[in-house]
Write a protein that binds this ligand. Structure first.
Ligand SMILES: N[C@@H](CCC(=O)N[C@@H](CS)C(=O)NCC(=O)O)C(=O)O
Length: 243
């Protein structure tokens, strides 16, 4: 069955969608890891929402004029809220259901600090995936592995099923999109050592409803990313949409 995100990516010239102020909308791009954060927060909170996918190579004027030109953006009750972390916090605070952030301010602060550490992995991941040649790749792989070790250490230290305890929480969902993409590097001939605890953790995340619902296969991530690596003029954002 088609999901709410299985809608074509709107390009320059597309009509501005007519919005119902009582509905939550997300400006999204199906393969964007930042937007995935917001979608995961919405799914985890069981908030009904609609998706407006945006062609980021050919952005509609109405999108550029009302945003920073990036996804995700949440539109709700006339408000336009950008940025993945801000939108996810907004969803967590605005809607009922289990809180994704820990109630304890100290734990919340610690989780945020860890997300800063995790950011180093995000940067290293992009350098690795888009390395120009074998020599550059060799250095970036080393850097990437070095940024993965603290993630392995942290989940080991916490000793819980998820970073946030027995259920996944905000920190888990904010990190997940890049963890989901890591196996794609294998398709690029980049092999990473196995981090045992991280592997168990990732299997646990794949077992959660939100991740299962929105997650993509390694093959689909690769098919999409390869278009960027090959610097194609036009990107096919819609290849997953059932015809
Ligand atoms: N800091 C932003 C980053 C979002 C971002 O970079 N999104 C990319 C897609 S993955 C984007 O919209 N790029 C369009 C552009 O930069 O023109 C966030 O956390 O939401």
């Amino acid at each position: 069955m088609a999901k709410v995100w299985d809608v074509p990516h709107l390009a320059a010239g597309a009509d501005r969608p007519v919005l119902d102020p009582e509905t939550v909308y997300v400006y999204n791009m199906r393969f964007c890891p930042y937007a995935q954060r917001t979608i995961l927060a919405l799914l985890a909170k069981n908030v009904p929402f609609k998706v407006i996918n945006i062609n980021l190579k050919s952005k509609p004027d109405w999108f550029v004029e009302s945003t920073f030109g990036k996804v995700p953006v949440i539109l709700y009750k006339g408000e336009i809220i950008p940025e993945s972390l801000i939108t996810s916090d907004y969803v967590d605070e605005l809607f009922p259901g289990p809180k994704l952030h820990p109630e304890d301010p100290t734990q919340k602060a610690k989780d945020r600090v860890f997300l800063e550490i995790f950011n180093r992995m995000i940067m290293a991941y992009y350098k690795c995936a888009f390395a120009k040649d074998a020599e550059a790749r060799e250095t970036t792989v080393k850097d990437l592995i070095a940024t993965m070790q603290p993630i392995e250490n942290e989940i080991e230290k916490r000793g819980t099923k998820f970073f946030c305890g027995e259920n996944p929480g905000m920190l888990d969902f904010m990190m997940w999109p890049w963890l989901e993409r890591l196996p794609m590097l294998d398709c690029m001939g980049i092999s990473l050592p196995e981090f045992q605890t991280l592997k168990v953790y990732m299997d646990n995340m794949w077992g959660t409803d939100a991740v299962k619902e929105y997650g993509l296969s390694t093959e689909d991530h690769y098919k999409f990313t390869k278009q960027y690596v090959d610097q194609l003029e036009t990107i096919d954002y819609d290849f997953l949409i059932p015809k």
